[in-house]
Design a protein around this ligand. Structure first.
Ligand code: ZN
Length: 177
């Protein structure tokens, strides 16, 4: 009879279950990104979850609302805090299709969220890994656990397709090269 000191199948299964549920919630965020796309917004979506409960799903609304702060993450954080009846979301996991910007990463810190999962990096303005590291800096009094690259290809594709279409439209209108 064998007495293994370490059973690797246990941790492998736990990791598999986590990545499967991450993909599941990221699909909700992606649906919100597509919904934003239909409103001619830059297609970013966010889903906020505590355990198995969805607190908020939102897409970018900056043009719709005429509000420069209405990024998907901010809209979703507001909804989630309202639904939770608490401005602190210490047990929340935030799923965002794109790496959050400085404003949104700052808001995630203010909300004290537990974990951030994002799809594709924003090399130009990302404030989690690409340009700044707001979520795990030593200078702030809260750190957020980060998982990157969940459904990365799908999250990037909806953005690239949006900007390709916008460029095409500008060329057709004869403004810009
Ligand atoms: Zn943002």
């Amino acid at each position: 009879m064998k007495f293994p000191l370490f059973d690797p199948t246990v941790s492998v299964m736990t990791a598999a279950a986590e990545s499967e549920s991450d993909a599941h919630w990221m699909r909700q965020a992606l649906a919100a990104a597509h919904e934003a796309r239909a409103r001619d917004e830059v297609p970013v979506g966010t889903c906020i979850v505590v355990g198995e409960t969805v607190l908020a799903v939102a897409g970018n609304r900056t043009r719709t609302d005429g509000d420069p702060t209405a990024h998907a993450e901010i809209v979703a954080l507001r909804q989630a805090a309202r639904n939770a009846g608490n401005y602190r979301l210490a047990e929340a996991v935030v799923y965002s299709t794109i790496e959050p910007c400085v404003m949104c990463a700052g808001a995630l810190i203010q909300a004290r969220v537990k974990r951030l999962v994002f799809g594709a990096r924003d090399e130009r303005a990302g404030a989690v890994e690409s340009r700044f590291r707001v979520c795990d800096t030593d200078f702030l009094n809260h750190r957020i656990e980060v998982t990157a690259g969940v459904l990365e290809a799908e999250c990037r594709e909806v953005m690239q397709e949006f900007f390709r279409a916008r460029r095409r439209k500008m060329l057709d209108a004869g403004c810009g090269a």
